[in-house]
Design a binder for this molecule. Structure first.
Ligand SMILES: [Zn+2]
Length: 309
């Protein structure tokens, strides 16, 4: 892991995060927060697992491998096995029309993604492509726990889990409105010159708003220190399906609150007439994004602390 800079140096850093892929930053922030809450044993095991990582898609440390699963998927485009076999693992498409009742959301999740927390005798990598993020987190956590898992599979399990816990906390990875999770809804905000999709606004623009000029590692460090002062123990109650339900509600309550009569869908994209985001939308969304990054970090740490004892 990169050395984390002491706080007093932070104002001197002017490296723009614009040069970095935005999606990467959110994942690196989550990993940085998680590292702060991990036990010495879990950290030592993570380092030992990554010693067997032969992949050159990212640098080889806990924070830098956090965006790896996107790069692995994208390297397989358009029809390679890495793309076709893993792209659906990054999200769960709970229909936006689902009511906000917890039981209704869990029912909808079960329909979209039947519960398969463990693959008996089969490695999770190479397992069916039509699975979703909540199952994959559980499957990879079980693999990390299991002493019989091969070294190679453990590397995959670790790199996927670090990424997927982050993905699941981005509200638009837990919802769908026939718009590919906000990918066919175009918006414009004060922060963007050009229209962007609602999905990428949440993936990247909000993260950039939070980071200002800081690198993800440095903003993540500040966020981790701030999290320590919060009452975060509540956050680790429940498990992946409950946390995805929470993301779904945030998408419904905040993400899709666009004050339009009819939301665009992929059959009816609005690229030429982007929805102008209200000022209070930005503010509310920033606050949600920050808390989701904190929760993802704390929960990722809890999963790894339990799996790597
Ligand atoms: Zn992803």
């Amino acid at each position: 892991m990169k050395k984390i800079l002491p706080l007093f140096i932070l104002p001197l850093i002017f490296q723009s995060s614009q040069a970095l892929a935005w999606g990467d930053d959110g994942h690196k922030i989550v990993a940085t927060v998680a590292w702060n809450f991990m036990t010495p044993t879990a950290k030592a095991q993570v380092k030992a697992i990554l010693e067997n990582n032969k992949d050159a898609l990212t640098d080889n440390n806990f924070v830098d491998v956090a965006p790896w699963a996107d790069k692995y998927r994208d390297a397989g485009r358009p029809d390679g096995a890495a793309y076709k076999g893993t792209r659906e693992w990054h999200f769960i498409d709970t229909p936006l029309a689902t009511s906000e009742d917890d039981e209704a959301i869990l029912d909808a999740e079960a329909k979209i993604c039947p519960y398969v927390p463990k693959l008996e005798g089969v490695a999770s990598v190479g397992a069916p492509a039509n699975d979703c993020v909540v199952n994959k987190i559980e499957q990879f956590a079980n693999e990390l726990k299991n002493p019989d898992t091969t070294k190679e599979e453990k590397v995959f399990a670790l790199k996927f889990i670090v990424h997927f816990v982050g993905d699941m906390h981005q509200p638009f990875h837990a919802v769908d409105d026939n718009d590919h999770g906000g990918n066919c809804v175009w918006v414009k905000s004060d922060h963007s010159i050009y229209p962007i999709t609602l999905h990428s606004y949440w993936d990247g623009q909000l993260v950039r708003n939070l980071e200002h000029t800081l690198r993800p590692e440095d903003y993540g460090y500040i966020l981790a220190k701030r999290t320590e002062h919060m009452n975060y123990s509540e956050w680790t109650k429940g498990y992946t399906r409950d946390w995805a339900a929470e993301s779904f509600k945030l998408a419904k309550d905040v993400g899709y609150k666009l004050n339009v009569e009819k939301l665009p869908t992929c059959a009816n994209e609005n690229k030429n007439a982007p929805i102008e985001l209200a000022k209070d939308y930005d503010k509310e969304a920033d606050a949600v994004a920050e808390k989701q990054l904190q929760k993802a970090g704390v929960r990722l740490a809890a999963i790894l602390n339990a799996a790597l004892k």
